[in-house]
Each structure stands twice: as structure tokens, then as C-alpha cells.
Ligand binder design. Structure first.
Ligand SMILES: *[C@@H]1O[C@H](CO)[C@@H](O)[C@H](O)[C@H]1NC(C)=O
Ligand SMILES: *[C@@H]1O[C@H](CO)[C@@H](O)[C@H](O)[C@H]1NC(C)=O
Ligand SMILES: *[C@@H]1O[C@H](CO)[C@@H](O)[C@H](O)[C@H]1NC(C)=O
Ligand SMILES: *[C@@H]1O[C@H](CO)[C@@H](O)[C@H](O)[C@H]1NC(C)=O
Ligand SMILES: *[C@@H]1O[C@H](CO)[C@@H](O)[C@H](O)[C@H]1NC(C)=O
Ligand SMILES: *[C@@H]1O[C@H](CO)[C@@H](O)[C@H](O)[C@H]1NC(C)=O
Ligand SMILES: *[C@@H]1O[C@H](CO)[C@@H](O)[C@H](O)[C@H]1NC(C)=O
Ligand SMILES: *[C@@H]1O[C@H](CO)[C@@H](O)[C@H](O)[C@H]1NC(C)=O
Ligand SMILES: *[C@@H]1O[C@H](CO)[C@@H](O)[C@H](O)[C@H]1NC(C)=O
Ligand SMILES: *[C@@H]1O[C@H](CO)[C@@H](O)[C@H](O)[C@H]1NC(C)=O
Ligand SMILES: *[C@@H]1O[C@H](CO)[C@@H](O)[C@H](O)[C@H]1NC(C)=O
Length: 543
């Protein structure tokens, strides 16, 4: 008998294994359907459904329940003739956990367990903790995370599998090329810096109906970079010569980028190895293309970038001119400038040679980049002077802070001599000496002055003698250059007439001449003075 019972028992275990008599899983307050296959469907006696702690839940005969033993939270739905017993537990409590057995009573001692099923009460796991399973996360690689949580389902020893759901910044993660989800493991592939802010959390569960609270965000720390290497200020830089230039290289690295190296153009010389390259006083040679290389200590990666630096500098100016002579149509002044930017404004100022008085501003024409010329149209002696070319490209000269650069050149234009004095009447007294004086502007010492006396209809050329003393002396003369009165070195030509007699009161003619040509003759007159005024006031006496 015992042997038979044992055989039946083992058969049942065998059947249960064959028919996958897997445990039922319920949750508090929920409903579970217990469905157990019965080993012998022909035994026609009373049967009990026995719950945990041998509590009789249900007693029934074939096909019908016995109300006397009915547990209000259990509903029988089975059909023994079909080989199974199915019943439903309502309003589950934790106490329902355990093994449920379908027992067939045969007399008082021959009870047979005809079917059984384990009820597991699933509970939400504790708040999970995410742990990293991989070595240091590095951009491009992958990283595995485990969502580990303590089970709270009853009873311990249940074989419920822990699962997890993952969220990225609160949004459920679906398995794709980026994320692999398997059990409690999340694999993040093709890591990037963005994964550091992905806000990965998980929820653990053994049963869909009982999910754990959400874990804390896992502090994923992906090493990356250098990314986005750049130089600031960005874009092409323009800096004035002499100024300070700071260019800063930056890259995005985790951990922070390490070495910085600066190079210029195609030179291999290391210009600097700090994040900021400082040139305290930029020179025009500082213009060029600057390269920056940023290293990451942990990843064998170098980020590089470049920027172009343009250096503005105030122009160097040059002037070319030569001396000319009257009507020299090829006479010109050329002023050239070289600076950056190559946009210049010019002024060409003509000043007097000796006093420096500004005579005029001279027009010019553009010849090529940075070059202007002034052409003299029929030049005359009035064009003699100092020509100063002022050039600016808007950039201050860093050595003296000036905006205009200037250079000057002196031009002499040999022209006809010019008699600049207005006096034509001179006075003298018989027996004394008298003087006829003219002022002549002539830029060279090639002046020839010839005096004549009107003798009736004839002209008598006067020569140095006891009677006549012909003097040419240097002296300042008043002259108008382009209507500007200036005081320039010139010549004072004097005809001294000694021991004046009545015959000397006459008209005199003076001719001035240089190698360019002869000036028109000027008539002067020597007259008798009414009042005796002693020498030397004679010459300045006026009528
Ligand atoms: C119980 O199990 C039997 C046999 O496996 C099956 O035919 C029946 O549909 C099940 N009933 C329920 C309610 O699961
Ligand atoms: C139980 O199943 C048998 C065989 O399928 C059927 O004949 C019988 O009517 C069923 N009984 C009930 C109560 O459903
Ligand atoms: C479920 O069970 C609890 C405690 O056992 C009881 O208070 C409650 O009324 C039950 N609910 C239902 C719908 O039967
Ligand atoms: C994940 O965590 C669980 C604990 O919750 C642990 O049992 C399991 O071994 C872990 N998985 C790995 C791959 O470490
Ligand atoms: C869990 O699995 C083990 C091994 O398969 C088994 O021995 C044990 O009975 C199972 N526990 C439950 C509650 O099913
Ligand atoms: C890796 O991610 C980057 C963006 O972070 C993407 O551009 C690249 O195509 C991805 N590579 C692979 C192999 O998926
Ligand atoms: C330039 O950079 C140096 C070094 O970083 C710093 O000391 C200095 O203040 C910077 N100057 C300017 C004008 O930004
Ligand atoms: C920067 O990285 C490159 C490549 O990894 C390496 O060859 C070089 O030596 C590094 N330089 C510095 C200064 O760390
Ligand atoms: C122009 O003439 C002046 C005066 O004769 C002279 O000193 C100067 O050297 C001359 N300049 C040139 C470029 O010949
Ligand atoms: C200068 O040119 C003008 C007109 O072009 C002419 O009348 C004059 O004679 C010229 N003078 C000399 C010195 O060549
Ligand atoms: C001045 O002229 C008169 C007459 O011509 C002459 O007599 C006299 O000697 C002269 N005097 C001198 C100082 O030459």
C-alpha cells in the first residue's frame, strides 16, 4: 500500500514535471488561477483542496463543491473528467503563499495527493542599485550596467527571474543598435559624451504587476575627446601691430584635456604649450596660420584646429621726386605706402622752403595699390617747396601712436626770376649817393642783373665804375606762391650811383635773367629829393 502511494506520488511528481507544473504567481489583492493536473481522474470519493498549513480550502465531490467548506475567496472551476482541477484564489494575501494540494481521501489513512501547485506571492523588489560591470567607459566603446535589486517575493527560494526596465532621462529604453537589454543587464554601445547626461535609471521586477521604485541615476562617466577643438576668438583674427594677441585653444575632453601645443604655418617650432598663446607685441611677422593640438591623457587622440591671424600695421611711406625746371611736363612727385590694410588716405601738402608756411594742398592721382603721384602741369618757381605726403590706413603706428605717417621731399623748380619788389621810384640828392633797389626771387645763384640808363632814346648799359656800383646780395624777399605771401631767401640787387648830378635823375631799366630765361625789363626812376635826409635812409624814403 505504502509502495503504491509512493508510486502514485512519484508518478504525480513525474507528471508535474512532464506537464510543466510550474508555480502560480499571485500578488496581494489580486487573483490567481491554480490549475493542477490530476493523476487519477476516476477516483470517485471526496476530495479536498488543501492550502498552506494544511488548511482545507475547499471540499468537493465529483463535479460539485461542498458549501460547508467553501472559502469565499476560492472559486472552483475544474473538471476532473478532463484531467485537471482549476480553481481561482481571489483577493490574495501574503498568507496564501505555499503549496496547494488536491487530496483524495480513501478512508482515514489512504489519502493520495492527486495534484499540487506552488503559489508564489510576487512583491515589488527593493529599490534597485545600478552597478557598472565594465572597465572605464571610453567613447566609441560599450558599457554594461546591472540593475540589481533584492527580491521581496515570497517565499524565499522561489525561482522567479528578476527583470529590469531601463529609462533614459525618464523615457523607456527599447533595445536597438544603441542599447542591448538582457535580464537585468543594459549594454550601452558606441559610447559618447552624451551618455554622461543620459540619466540612466532602472526598475526591477519579477512580476509585471509588482515593479520596484526607480533607481538613482547611474553616474556614467564616459571618457572622450578631444572633441570640438577650437580657437577663440573664432574666425579670422585681425590685430594691430604692437598689440597683445591672446588666442585660446579649447577642446572638450573628459577628463579635462591635457597638453596644448601651438604651431604656426608649416614650421615645426613649438610656439607654446599652454592653453592660451600670448604674443605681447604683435609684429607683422606674426601674421599667419596658427595651429593648436590638444591631447587627451587617457585616450590616444589629438584634436587639432587652426586660425588665421592677420596683422594690421601702419604704412611705411616713401616719396620720390626730383628737381625740375619751368614747363618741365614730366616733373612729378610719387608717394608710395605699404601697410595693412592696403587702403590709404593721402594728403600732399606743399610748404614754403624756409618758413614752412603751408602753401596749398596738392591734388594727386592713384597709380596702383598704395601709390599716388602728383603731376606738375607747367611748373613754375612757385612749385618750389617742401612736399609732405601724409598717409594713413587707419592703423596707429605702435611706436609713436600716430595715425598719419609722413615723409617729405624738397623740390626746386628752376623758373624765371621774379622781381618781387613794388617800388619803382627812388629819391636822391645832388652830391650824394643814390640807390635803386630791386628784390628778386630766384632759387639759384645763377642770377644775372643788368642795369641800363635811358639816355634820350638810347639805353646805356651800366658797368661797375667809380660812378656805378652794381651789387647782388642774398636776402629775404617777399613773394607770393599761389597767392600765399611767404618770405623766402632771394636776392637784393642794388645799383648805387655815386656823386649824383642832375643828369642822374632819369629812368633806369633793370633786366634780370637766369639760365632759364630773361625776365621782362622793369623800369625804375631816380628822382630828386625835396628834403635832405642823410644816408642810409635814402633808399626807404617814399613819396
Ligand atoms: C488547466 O490545465 C489544463 C491541462 O493543461 C488545460 O486544458 C486547461 O485549459 C487549464 N485551465 C486553466 C483555467 O488554465
Ligand atoms: C467535464 O468534462 C466532460 C468531458 O469533456 C464533460 O462530458 C462534462 O460535461 C464536463 N462537466 C462539466 C461540469 O463541465
Ligand atoms: C480582501 O481581503 C481583505 C483582508 O483579508 C478584506 O479586508 C477585504 O474585504 C477583501 N476584499 C474583497 C473584495 O473581498
Ligand atoms: C546583477 O546583480 C545581481 C544582484 O541583483 C547579481 O545576482 C548578478 O550576478 C549581477 N549580474 C552580473 C552579471 O554581475
Ligand atoms: C527552484 O528550482 C530548484 C531547482 O530547479 C528547485 O529545486 C526548487 O524546488 C524550485 N523552487 C520552487 C519554489 O519552485
Ligand atoms: C556612434 O555614435 C555617433 C554619434 O555619437 C555616430 O555618429 C556614429 O555613427 C555611431 N557609430 C556607430 C558604429 O553606430
Ligand atoms: C592674455 O592671456 C594671459 C595668459 O592667459 C593673461 O594673463 C592675460 O590677462 C590675457 N590678456 C588679455 C588682454 O586677455
Ligand atoms: C599627444 O598625443 C599623441 C598621440 O597620442 C602623442 O604622440 C603625443 O606624444 C602626445 N603629446 C603630448 C605632449 O602628450
Ligand atoms: C635740387 O636742387 C637743390 C638746390 O639746388 C639741391 O640742393 C638738391 O640737391 C637738388 N635735388 C636733387 C634731387 O637733385
Ligand atoms: C612755358 O610754356 C608756356 C606755354 O606752354 C610758354 O608760353 C612759355 O614760353 C614756356 N616757357 C619756357 C621757359 O619754356
Ligand atoms: C662830383 O662831381 C663834380 C662834378 O662832376 C666834381 O666836380 C666833383 O669832384 C665830384 N666829387 C667827387 C667826390 O667825386
Amino acid at each position: 500500500m505504502t509502495v503504491l502511494l509512493l508510486v502514485v506520488y512519484f508518478m504525480l511528481v513525474f507528471w508535474c514535471q512532464i506537464l510543466e507544473c510550474s508555480p502560480a504567481v499571485g500578488v496581494v489583492g489580486g487573483v490567481v488561477n491554480m490549475n493542477m493536473t490530476i493523476s487519477d481522474r476516476n477516483i470517485n470519493t471526496n476530495r479536498n483542496l488543501v492550502g498552506p498549513n494544511n488548511f482545507i480550502l475547499f471540499e468537493f465531490y465529483v463535479g460539485m463543491a461542498n458549501p460547508a467548506y467553501t472559502d469565499t475567496d476560492v472559486t472552483y472551476t475544474g473538471n476532473i473528467s478532463e484531467g485537471y482541477v482549476s480553481f481561482t484564489l481571489l483577493n490574495l494575501t501574503m498568507q496564501r503563499v505555499g503549496i496547494y494540494q488536491y487530496i483524495i481521501y480513501k478512508g482515514t489513512s489512504g489519502n493520495v495527493i492527486a495534484g499540487e501547485q506552488y503559489l508564489i506571492m510576487a512583491e515589488s523588489p527593493d529599490t534597485p542599485v545600478i552597478s557598472g560591470l565594465s572597465q572605464q567607459a571610453v567613447a566609441g566603446g560599450e558599457y554594461k550596467l546591472n540593475c540589481s535589486a533584492m527580491s521581496r517575493s515570497e517565499k524565499p527560494g522561489h525561482n522567479l527571474t528578476m527583470f529590469s526596465e531601463w529609462k533614459r532621462n525618464g523615457v523607456n529604453i527599447m533595445a536597438d543598435v544603441k542599447y542591448g537589454v538582457s535580464g537585468t543587464i543594459l549594454t550601452v554601445r558606441n559610447l559618447s559624451k552624451f551618455d554622461n547626461t543620459a540619466g540612466l535609471t532602472c526598475i526591477a521586477f519579477e512580476d509585471q504587476r509588482r515593479k520596484s521604485p526607480e533607481s538613482m541615476v547611474f553616474p556614467l562617466n564616459v571618457y572622450y575627446g578631444p572633441d570640438n577643438t577650437q580657437i577663440s576668438p573664432s574666425g579670422q583674427l585681425t590685430v594691430d601691430e604692437g598689440r597683445l594677441l591672446n588666442i585660446t585653444c579649447s577642446g572638450e575632453c573628459n577628463p579635462p584635456c591635457s597638453s596644448y601645443r601651438w604651431y604656426k604655418d608649416s614650421q615645426l617650432t613649438l610656439l607654446g604649450s599652454s592653453q592660451t598663446l600670448t604674443i605681447t607685441s604683435v609684429s607683422r611677422n606674426s601674421a599667419g596660420v596658427y595651429f593648436c593640438a590638444v591631447n587627451n591623457t587617457y585616450i590616444a587622440k589629438v584634436g587639432t584646429t587652426q586660425t588665421t591671424v592677420r596683422v594690421n600695421y601702419s604704412p611705411t611711406v616713401d616719396i620720390e621726386s626730383r628737381n625740375g625746371s619751368h614747363n618741365d611736363t614730366s616733373l612729378m612727385i610719387k608717394c608710395s605706402a605699404y601697410g595693412i590694410p592696403e587702403q590709404y588716405t593721402y594728403r600732399l601738402i606743399h610748404k614754403s622752403l624756409s618758413s614752412g608756411i603751408e602753401i596749398r594742398e596738392v591734388s594727386y592721382e592713384f597709380i596702383s595699390t598704395g601709390v599716388i603721384i602728383h603731376r606738375f602741369i607747367n611748373p613754375t618757381y612757385m612749385d618750389t617747396g617742401i612736399y609732405t605726403c601724409f598717409v594713413s590706413n587707419g592703423v596707429l603706428d605702435y611706436t609713436d601712436g600716430s595715425l598719419d605717417k609722413s615723409i617729405y621731399s624738397t623740390v626746386w623748380v628752376k623758373g624765371l626770376p621774379s622781381i618781387t619788389s613794388r617800388e619803382t621810384s627812388f629819391y636822391a640828392e645832388v652830391g650824394h649817393s643814390g640807390r635803386l633797389i630791386i628784390e628778386v626771387y630766384n632759387s639759384l645763384l645763377d642770377l644775372v642783373v643788368t642795369w641800363y640808363k635811358h639816355n634820350g632814346g638810347a639805353l646805356e648799359k651800366l658797368m661797375n665804375s667809380d660812378k656805378y656800383n652794381i651789387i647782388i646780395a642774398s636776402g629775404m624777399v617777399d613773394v607770393n606762391f599761389y597767392s600765399v605771401p611767404i618770405h623766402e631767401p632771394g636776392f637784393i640787387a642794388t645799383l648805387e650811383i655815386r656823386n649824383i648830378t642832375e643828369e642822374d635823375f632819369s629812368l633806369y631799366q633793370v633786366h634780370v635773367q637766369n639760365y632759364v630765361g630773361e625776365m621782362y625789363p622793369v623800369l625804375l626812376q631816380l628822382r630828386v629829393i625835396k628834403k635832405l635826409i642823410p644816408w642810409p635812409y635814402l633808399e626807404v624814403t617814399r613819396e
